[in-house]
Write a protein that binds this ligand. Structure first.
Ligand code: 0PR
Length: 421
């Protein structure tokens, strides 16, 4: 570290240099995040010192956090949003970790009685083979981390041609070591929503918790235009078997990073797991803490609160209408160069095959080649999917129709030079 502090001017020149090396989102079709709403940024600054991990000191911020949970539960169709229980996290990964941690604790607690473990119960537990989680093949890679962290096997259920989980496949994977089920509303690669109502019935039938990862779709599906065929799709608390839902203000919620929201149907669905992770916090202003992390940014709470209040449902509907219009426009422009979506987009993610469809590995290689040439030659950031050999375009609010025109023209030139179209 430098011995003497840098003068402000010099420091900000340096920051300007680093910031210049970051993207300004001008040519980004790969990100599920976007430029945060200015209201969120202003609120973030106002609360930069706030720590919701110490609720007594930051009672105001904690009230905003409670209101975020209530508002979110409400648009996630909770029948009584005041009874929803949750908190802000750093994003989808942390929310998923915590949801699965509670599933594991719930499962293990069934082996212990109120007075603690008996020898017989311990023996039973030791005989268990690895615990498992049933989830769609399309689940986000955060679950791979969770498997490692919590020593859980991932049982991946089949998906159909629309990249949605096949409920019968999920049900067939359930066994006596299954701790819970995962469904996705807006999967990372295609944006598809799993049939959560069917998963919910399975969860109820097997008395298992069901966590819905709506990190991306949480701020999209509830706000689709009424004319959209997926408007009103059931994916949240209106499905009785859904125990928890995660949504990310820092993605489609237009808030700042980090900002995730994890919501449980109510506090009692966490019994007795909550007690297991609850720790005494004698030197804080609260008696206990039951969140995974300790210090948590009140600035993210303020930002999410501000943008949610400022936009309201109407504002999010406008935002979603804009992204869906872009998606439709992109699809039309693609057709002009004889390309069509690999799967019909449900929300604002379009995938496109640039291979000849004969050999998956060759198609994957071709996709990767086009992806890297789009970046190197034209500066476009596009990603490739994992489940299928396709390019993936996320139509976020920072994208414009002009960007689409420019991208399509470059893609056309590139594919023509490769004799692809
Ligand atoms: N669940 C789903 C369905 C996701 O798509 C993601 C992330 C997560 C959970 C994990 O969320 P966090 O990354 O917030 O913990 N999806 C994006 C991805 O992995 C995240 C992202 C966003 C990556 C913007 C890059 C980027 O520039 O692609």
């Amino acid at each position: 570290m430098n011995e003497k502090g840098l003068p402000e001017k010099e420091l900000f020149d340096e920051l300007g240099f680093f910031s210049g090396a970051d993207t300004n989102f001008k040519k980004v079709f790969s990100s599920m995040c976007t430029i945060p709403h200015p209201i969120a940024v202003a609120a973030q600054q106002l609360f930069s010192h706030s720590n919701v991990g110490d609720p007594g000191l930051f009672q105001g911020t904690c009230r905003m956090e409670a209101e975020i949970i209530r508002m979110s539960a409400s648009f996630l169709n909770h029948s009584d949003p005041n009874t929803a229980f949750g908190h802000l996290t750093s994003g989808g990964t942390e929310s998923n970790i915590e949801a699965v941690l509670h599933m594991k604790n719930r499962f293990l607690s069934s082996f212990f009685d109120a007075d603690g473990e008996t020898e017989n119960q311990l023996n039973q537990l030791n005989q268990l083979s690895k615990l498992n989680l049933v989830l769609p093949k399309t689940a986000h890679f955060s679950f791979e981390k969770i498997a490692n962290l919590l020593d859980i096997e991932l049982k991946k259920a089949d998906i159909d041609s629309k990249f949605k989980v096949v409920p019968e496949s999920a049900e067939s994977l359930i066994d006596e070591n299954t701790i819970g089920l995962i469904g996705i509303a807006g999967n990372t690669e295609f944006g598809s929503c799993d049939p959560i109502d069917s998963l919910s019935e399975i969860a109820v039938r097997h008395d298992l918790p069901l966590h819905v990862d709506a990190a991306f779709g949480g701020f999209i599906y509830p706000f689709l235009p009424e004319s959209d065929k997926n408007s009103g799709i059931k994916f949240a608390f209106d499905c009785q078997g859904v125990t928890s839902v995660s949504i990310d203000p820092h993605k489609t919620g237009l808030s700042v990073i980090p900002g995730g929201v994890l919501i449980f149907r109510n506090e009692s669905v966490l019994s007795p797991s909550l007690d297991k992770i609850k720790v005494k916090t004698p030197y804080l202003t609260s008696k206990y803490q039951s969140t995974l992390t300790g210090t948590r940014p009140g600035s993210s709470v303020a930002a999410a609160y501000a943008v949610m209040k400022h936009l309201g449902a109407e504002g999010y509907r406008k935002n979603v209408a804009y992204c869906m219009d872009l998606t439709c426009h992109f699809q039309k422009e693609l057709s002009k160069i004889n390309l069509k979506p690999y799967v019909n987009p449900e929300i604002n993610i379009i995938t496109v095959s640039v291979g000849d469809g004969k050999d998956k590995d060759a198609d994957r290689e071709k996709t990767e080649q086009i992806r890297s040439r789009l970046l190197e030659k034209y500066g476009w950031n596009v990603s490739a999917a994992k489940t299928a050999p396709v390019l993936r375009f996320v139509l976020m609010p920072h994208v414009t129709k002009e960007d689409i025109t420019a991208m399509i023209s470059d893609l056309k030139e590139l594919l023509e030079s490769e004799n692809r179209i």
